[in-house]
Design a protein around this ligand. Structure first.
Ligand code: UTP
Length: 292
């Protein structure tokens, strides 16, 4: 297997949990303070050694491609105004050694279908990452880089997992695996998408980071729709378990579910409080709002 250099960003979903904000705007362009969710995910991928960013887009998603294009007029304007730092920040969002590729998913038929749209770009000796940008991951080292270590060491597909309360488990893909403890990984023996309460094989939920072996593309090519009538990535990964194997990795870090309004609020508050410019003011504001 070649080293990890490719990442797929499926961004063609409808984002119904965040309406009306996502009616005409991709949810991946929602910003935490001043950075869109998709840029956090792109930075995480680049930090893990990825050099090809493959965006699977759909209708209303043009803003994502625009965001990663160069903007020479804006660059010139900012430099004329002496705002070199901001200009430099914009110029280096995509470093010169990294390329962006855009593919359309003509219809939102499910995450598995979206990933398979990128199949022509993945060689049969290339592992690839899948990042769901609405899961904002914070870790040091970044979560995908932690996963790349596990992928290199085991040669298996690697899924980021996190324990979640059993009352929430029905919203996730869930693995059957021994809990490896934070920072550890364990072989997956089975997995199921959004199990009904009481049927979950564990409390370990798969979150939006995957490093997959290329064989999964062959599985996706003929996979019938699963839960919810969608082509499910979970169903395809499940078929890799008896063959090349799948590892559940309990990342070190924190996940914010920014596809939900509450998760997005939590991310905004936590990252706002840590912000070097706005943190102290926000803290004072929150204290006063809470009457504390
Ligand atoms: P979600 O399950 O979060 O669905 O998709 P969604 O439509 O984006 O959002 P909600 O639940 O209606 O609010 C998980 C990821 O898979 C992508 C989404 O863009 C998201 O990153 N996806 C999903 C696709 O690209 N295509 C699909 O057909 C389905």
């Amino acid at each position: 297997m070649k080293p990890l250099t490719k990442a797929i960003f499926p961004v063609a979903g409808l984002g119904t949990r965040f309406l009306p904000a996502t009616k005409a705007q991709p949810k991946e362009m929602l910003t935490v303070i001043d950075k869109p969710l998709i840029q956090f995910a792109v930075e995480e991928a680049i930090a893990a050694g990825v050099t090809q960013l493959i965006f699977v887009t759909g209708r209303t998603k043009r803003a994502i491609a625009d965001h990663f294009d160069a903007t020479p007029e804006l660059d010139r304007l900012l430099r004329e105004k002496g705002r070199e730092t901001v200009a430099e920040e914009l110029r280096t969002i995509i470093p010169p050694h990294v390329t962006c590729i855009y593919i359309r998913q003509p219809e939102a038929l499910g995450l598995g279908h979206a990933v398979h749209c990128a199949a022509p770009l993945i060689g049969d000796d290339e592992p690839f990452a899948v990042l769901l940008a609405d899961d904002l991951m914070r870790g040091d080292p970044p979560v995908l880089a932690q996963m790349a270590e596990v992928q290199r060491a085991t040669g298996r597909s690697v899924l980021a997992v996190n324990p979640v309360p059993l009352e929430d488990i029905g919203s996730y893909g869930v693995v059957a695996a021994q809990d490896p403890g934070e920072g550890g990984s364990a072989p997956v023996t089975d997995m199921v998408e959004k199990p009904p309460k009481g049927e979950a094989p564990s409390n370990l939920a798969v979150v939006g980071r995957y490093i997959l072996r290329p064989e999964v593309m062959g599985v996706l090519a003929t996979l019938p729709p699963g839960r919810g009538g969608e082509i499910q990535l979970t169903d395809a990964i499940r078929q890799l378990i008896p063959g090349t194997g799948v590892e559940a990795f309990r990342y070190r870090g924190r996940r914010y579910d920014c596809g939900s309004k509450m998760g997005f609020l939590e991310a905004t508050v936590d990252m706002g409080l840590e912000h070097p410019d706005y943190g102290p003011q926000l803290r004072a504001h929150l204290r006063s709002s809470l009457g504390a």
